[in-house]
Design a binder for this molecule. Structure first.
Ligand SMILES: Cc1cc2nc3c(=O)[nH]c(=O)nc-3n(C[C@H](O)[C@H](O)[C@H](O)COP(=O)(O)O)c2cc1C
Length: 190
């Protein structure tokens, strides 16, 4: 288990981050610090109200269907919002395999951090039936946008990746109940 440091707020304004955000696909060969990873995962799904367990991203009926994973040089991890920690799932650099599953968009493998936003649909569809699936897609967008804007605040670059082979990615990551919904590489812009 890797305990992440508490997120450290930057002085970037939200308007500045919106103005500057661009899809970035070229990265320096450089990892992210634990502080940067902390800030990004906090923005993606961190707990912002302890009492009720509410998070940085809205969720239909507060059902929280999203699971966030990260692939980096030293392994593949699941983000645990309650502990603000990373739990190792695989002791292996999966970035290249993820890039291959993303229809050979190989630039993904050069990002210091490759985020996978996945969902456990039943958490939401049990309450909302078929409509729950639409809510999950909405939430994935909220989550990815927070990541993109926080990346800008930290001087990093990211891009949303929707083009991937879902079965191949699920196999690569050995996901059982989680459905991969979006890939977001984050890195130092070249
Ligand atoms: C749902 C969705 C899927 C996308 N999938 C990919 C992708 O697979 N690969 C990629 O390089 N960019 C992808 N993009 C990024 C778009 O190409 C990009 O947002 C668009 O060109 C506008 O540029 P900007 O993000 O810099 O404003 C995707 C964007 C969205 C919203």
């Amino acid at each position: 288990m890797i305990n992440l440091p508490a997120p450290q707020f930057t002085n970037a304004s939200i308007e500045d981050c919106i103005q500057k955000r661009r899809s970035i696909r070229k990265y320096e060969d450089k990892g992210l610090t634990l502080q940067e990873i902390s800030n990004i995962l906090w923005a993606a799904q961190g707990i912002t109200e302890k009492n009720r367990g509410f998070r940085s991203v809205p969720s239909a009926g507060a059902t929280y269907p999203l699971e966030v994973f990260v692939a980096k040089k030293d392994g593949f991890f699941r983000y645990l919002p309650e502990r603000h920690s990373l739990k190792m799932e695989k002791n292996k650099d999966l970035r290249k395999d993820i890039a291959q599953a993303a229809l050979e968009q190989m630039f993904i493998a050069n990002a210091g951090l490759v985020i996978i936003i996945a969902a456990i649909p039943e958490r939401t569809t049990l309450h909302y039936g078929k409509r729950g699936m639409q809510y999950i897609h909405n939430e994935v967008g909220h989550c990815a946008q927070n990541i993109h804007l926080e990346a800008v605040a930290l001087g990093l670059g990211s891009v949303p990746i929707g083009a991937f082979d879902e079965d191949k990615l699920r196999q690569t990551l050995d996901l059982k109940e989680e459905e991969p919904m979006y890939i977001v590489p984050v890195g130092h812009p070249k």
